[in-house]
Design a protein around this ligand. Structure first.
Ligand code: SF4
Ligand code: SF4
Ligand code: FES
Length: 240
């Protein structure tokens, strides 16, 4: 890649009724999409609103839509997404736009609460000394879900969220799944109930977009399938 090439960048400006604004940004080796946005904000237009914190794939705050695809921008290299020296950057889909590249994440995290995404300790004396070891494929997969950084990429990629704004979505359901499989947690049945309704895991159409897009290689789709099995077991036991 030539060092002195220029990138033509279209960036979403304004709220839901905004429009794209064109910028020209110098290309650099190993440049990330977040580097491009930061250059625009620092060198071309200080009024550009965007969010980031860690720059190393830990905080989940830098997610945006890049050429129509939701991505974590601090770990997305321009070389990977650029087409004919052009790139289009917008806010995450399926969330209200506050301004420019900043979305309102409240409904995303409110849904974690609706899915009972808080750990409920059992407080038993035995629990304090109990060492937990993965004992099944299902359990290992649920443990992987703990690595979620709450970036919202999966939520933005999910068509069911777009059709049904009440749907809890892949991240909240992934969180519920990690807790349902956590033997130290004492609210398993409440959690299964919380994800069993119309807005819960039965609305998932198993399209896998969430799993394909998750930057942490988590599979919310597999977790949702696991929750469906847990619901079925609870129905058979007469708990639901
Ligand atoms: S698998 Fe389910 S949660 Fe994931 S994107 Fe598809 S419909 Fe949404
Ligand atoms: S499951 Fe993956 S894509 Fe979804 S919020 Fe967590 S880290 Fe982001
Ligand atoms: S800035 Fe923290 S994950 Fe990208």
């Amino acid at each position: 890649m030539a060092r002195d090439r220029t990138l033509k960048v279209s960036v979403w400006r304004g709220g839901i009724a905004g429009s794209l604004q064109a910028f020209e940004v110098p290309r650099h080796p190993s440049q990330t999409v977040l580097d491009v946005v930061t250059y625009i904000q620092r060198a071309l237009d200080p009024t550009l609103a965007y969010r980031y914190a860690c720059r190393v794939g830990m905080c989940g705050s830098c997610a945006m839509t890049v050429n129509g695809v939701p991505r974590w921008t601090c770990r997305t290299h321009v070389d990977k997404v650029v087409s004919q020296d052009r790139i289009e950057i917008g806010p995450l889909k399926n969330l209200p736009v506050i301004r420019d590249l900043v979305t309102d994440m409240r409904e995303f995290f409110d849904k974690w609460a609706r899915a009972k995404g808080q750990f409920a300790p059992t407080r038993s004396r035995r629990e304090e000394v109990h060492a937990v070891t993965p004992d099944s494929r299902e359990r290992i997969q649920a443990d992987a879900g703990i690595e979620c950084i709450g970036c919202g990429v999966c939520y933005s990629a999910c068509d069911v969220v777009a059709w049904n704004p009440d749907y809890l979505g892949p991240a909240a359901l992934n969180r519920a799944w990690t807790l349902v499989k956590d033997e130290r947690d004492g609210a398993k049945l409440e959690r299964v109930r919380a994800v069993a309704g119309d807005a819960g895991c039965h609305s998932c159409h198993t399209h896998m977009s969430c799993t394909e897009r998750c930057p942490k290689r988590i599979s919310p789709t597999a977790g949702i399938a696991g929750l469906k099995r847990e619901i079925l077991k609870s129905v058979v036991r007469g708990e639901l």
